[in-house]
Ligand binder design. Sequence first.
Ligand code: IMP
Ligand code: MG
Length: 174
Amino acid sequence: MYKLTDVLYSEKDIDAKVEELAKKIESDYKGEEILLVGILKGACVFVADLMRKIDLDVNIDFMSVSSYGSGTTSSGTVKILKDLDVDIEGKNVLIVEDIIDSGATLRNLYDTLLTRNPKSLKLCTLLDKPSRRKVEIGVDYIGFEIEDKFIVGYGVDYAEKFRNLPYIGIVEDV
Ligand code: IMP
Ligand code: MG
């Protein structure tokens, strides 16, 4: 049975990290407009907090994409379940993701959005599991690098549960 076994990052830890990322983004995009593209559902909490800490002209939109099973290779294109509402041509687009594992989701999403001719396209993730990477992907903003543990909370789920936890915890088979 799967159980929440530990707290990895407290509300306070997360708040400080999101603030740090927001200030970095703010200085990198100084004087520019920015479109944050939150990847549903996992990034919903992160993007909501992040946007409120960025003192720039910020727009927001969302995408929902199908994720890969653990055994799946990275070669396919990502299936878009909900596309953006806005045209991103000529815009500064920052993709906001909850967690990067193999990198397949972001790699595919990045390549897809690049064909739409944004002015710039960058990636931001709250969590990264570099040891799990199967696909090469350059990430511009990374919150926390973590070990290969299954985490939940702050928008991230296990079987659609735990998204509402205000902290990030570890789920284990006990
Ligand atoms: P990737 O395409 O392999 O990088 O998968 C990234 C996606 O897998 C994330 O957006 C999450 O939805 C999911 N994921 C990866 N690791 C975890 C985890 O530890 N907890 C919950 N979801 C995860
Ligand atoms: Mg996700």
